[in-house]
Design a protein around this ligand. Structure first.
Ligand SMILES: *Cc1c(COP(=O)(O)O)cnc(C)c1O
Length: 359
């Protein structure tokens, strides 16, 4: 029986996409060749890739003056590439520290140049965000950086700050296409695909083309966004398999109502779980209600023993990936796009049942 997969990443894929890959892995639509055997230059790969990029653009209404492509190296490589390219000599960059992922990005940037911390959620144990209406970039900043959804802490920006002329850069690894995004507000959006968009390997880059004019000089080839933008990410060999699967997931998202459809599902799924938490004295959510993530629902039981029991018993019910990240403990249900509504409903039922037996 197929598991109900609540893992934070790599994570659940749409069944239809897995079946499509299975059907075509040996012989891609009768071409006598697998997609993962084909050259990444021209031919069937580029045909598929161009369609994937076009679907990505249409799903997010990405304006024409933005470059869109995929790189390797994971979202983590971008923690380095962003400051190398855009943290201008003699200037500084603004970072919002809201949890594990933005902290890693800020730490890497601080090794490359001056970083100004606009907000640090440390005192509150990274359970809240700054008010997007009041947080502003500092004078002379090279760019303003945030993580739209902290996958480990379970907090998500619901609105984004207005940074004026300061380029806004966001890591959207774990909530990409779970809701519509006004791309125009951002100079750059990027993320690993292995949460909401496909199997690990590819990192999506959406960047306003004029950002290339304000990058540092003297960059090595791979580190230079201009090299990648020039040939839609085909400067070197792209993660071909991952891109193929992402292309199929994007078509699945299109067929299921696009970004709006994903938002409706995300609301429904996360409401199942938050409703159980809010109507119980047994479970609690450590997260500021205003910024609760719809993708990663973090919650606690009264004791760590009960949490361990919860994980063990849920596994016996076919539910995997519910253990919180090792750095924070507790429990976490990741409810990415491909997680069926029924699986979230089953988890909510299991939670009530577990409370009844242990509360
Ligand atoms: C998973 C994750 C990353 C790291 O992605 P890699 O592809 O493993 O480098 C970065 N940011 C966020 C928000 C994530 O969820």
């Amino acid at each position: 029986m197929r598991k109900m997969n609540f893992a934070a990443g790599p994570s659940v894929m749409p069944m239809e996409v897995l079946e499509e890959i299975q059907k075509n892995i040996v012989d891609y639509h009768g071409k006598g060749l697998s997609m993962i055997e084909a050259s990444h230059r021209g031919g069937m790969f580029e045909e598929m890739y161009d369609e994937c990029l076009a679907d990505f653009r249409s799903l997010l209404s990405i304006p024409d003056d933005y470059d869109v492509y995929f790189l390797g190296g994971g979202a983590t490589l971008q923690f380095t590439m962003i400051p190398m390219n855009f943290l201008l000599k003699g200037s500084h960059a603004d970072y919002v520290r809201t949890g594990s992922w933005s902290n890693k990005a800020a730490d890497d940037a601080a090794k490359i140049g001056d970083v100004n911390i606009v907000f640090d959620g440390k005192d509150g144990n990274y359970t809240s965000l700054p008010d997007p209406l009041t947080v502003r970039p500092s004078e002379g900043s090279s760019y303003f950086y945030l993580c739209s959804n902290e996958t480990i802490g379970g907090i998500e920006w619901q609105d984004f700050p207005d940074t004026g002329d300061t380029p806004l850069i966001a890591d959207m690894s774990s909530d990409m296409l779970s809701r519509p995004v006004d791309v125009k507000k951002f100079a750059m959006i990027y993320g690993g695909v292995q949460k909401n968009l496909g199997p690990a390997g590819a990192t999506f880059i959406i960047m306003r083309h004029d950002m290339l004019e304000r990058r540092n000089s003297g960059l090595t080839a791979y580190m230079d966004y201009a090299k990648h933008a020039k040939d839609k990410g085909l400067y070197n060999t792209p993660p071909v398999f991952s891109i193929w699967a992402v292309g199929l997931v994007l078509k699945w998202i299109k067929a299921n109502g696009g970004a709006e459809g994903m938002l409706r599902n995300a609301k429904e799924k996360s409401d199942y779980i938050y409703d159980v938490i809010d109507s119980s004295d047994f479970y609690r959510s450590p997260v500021d209600k205003r910024y609760r993530s719809r993708m990663n629902v973090v919650f606690r039981c009264p004791t760590e023993e009960l949490e361990a029991k919860f994980v063990a018993e849920s596994q016996r019910e076919g539910m995997i990936g519910l253990k919180g990240h090792r750095s924070v403990g507790g429990l976490r249900a990741s409810l990415y796009n491909a997680l069926p509504l029924e699986d979230a409903a089953s988890l909510a039922m299991f939670m009530k049942e577990f409370e009844r037996r242990n509360g």
